[in-house]
Write a protein that binds this ligand. Sequence first.
Ligand code: UT7
Length: 314
Amino acid sequence: MFFSRISAIATQLPSEEIPNSYFGSYLDTSDQWIAQRTGIQSRFWLKKNESVLDITVPVLAQLIEKSGRPDSVIVATCSADKVLPSLAHRVASACEIDGLHFDVNAACSGFLVALAQARALIGAGMVSRVAVIGADAMSKLIDHNDRATAVLFGDGAGGLMLERAQQDVFLSTCFDSKVAFCDILMDQGRIHEGVKPVIQMQGQEVYRLAVGALSRSVLQSLHLANKAIEDVDFVFAHQANDRILQSVAKNLGIDDQIFYKTVNCYGNTSAASIPLGLAHAHENNRLKNQDILVLTAIGAGMAWGSMVLKWEEI
Ligand code: UT7
């Protein structure tokens, strides 16, 4: 059994920032509605001729520059522009890395699933350095004329390099799902029938499930790590709606300041939201050695999970 540590972190956002006011120009919505109901103020979108590949390659390139060449690349995504080969293989190809590469599609909880996979591969001795990337281009999956979903999502990519270590950075991991709720967040369309996938969401159902599942999952991961909520320095939760985070904080009996929030500037970036948050905190010197962090996410499936880790300076 081998252990894992984080040796580098990197992100890439598209160049085009879309403020809430953009939607008011063609939809029956307003900056005020979006900001009050979601906490979102702006998000970044890829241009028409760009794809998620364009923001994922720079993340892998930065991770390699900071930490060396990996023997595996795992990309969590639900918005790859091609089905074959995997986004992980195409990104690895751009950086000329051979090895064990694959995509994980667990929607917004995908980054945590990918991280757990990377840790397991290192633990089993199959690989010694893995680039784990969450990358999504949600702007390509939304109906831009549907105000209920178009305003919520953003594009982005972020990743960590995980490598073999003497001590484990991870203290616990737990995942679960309620597959009976598969259809409350599902794209409409079938690729094999030539229909473009477009996200449709029963917002209030997802909201209710998210608050309960995230609250329970955070507590379960802390229990498995033998930690109490009072021991936690930051929770990096999937960023879908600030009100969800406030409700989870209330359930946990804590101040919502414990949640490191980026939803205001990035929107919901699906699998990218946790690494984007971690990188934002790291760049702003908010993370201290030995901080106890909880990572938690929920998304289509409906699937969720949490991980507790002890941060080490990188
Ligand atoms: O990443 C996966 C996880 N995803 C999530 O966690 C998302 C969870 N859901 C949510 O965050 C919220 O349910 C939404 C932000 C999607 C919606 O907020 P809400 O407070 O639940 O609003 P609602 O769906 O109850 O809609 C309230 C009203 C409706 O109008 P009526 O029926 O009351 O006349 C909507 O049609 O707000 C209307 N509405 C809007 N109005 C202005 C919906 N979207 C908009 C909009 N601008 N963009």
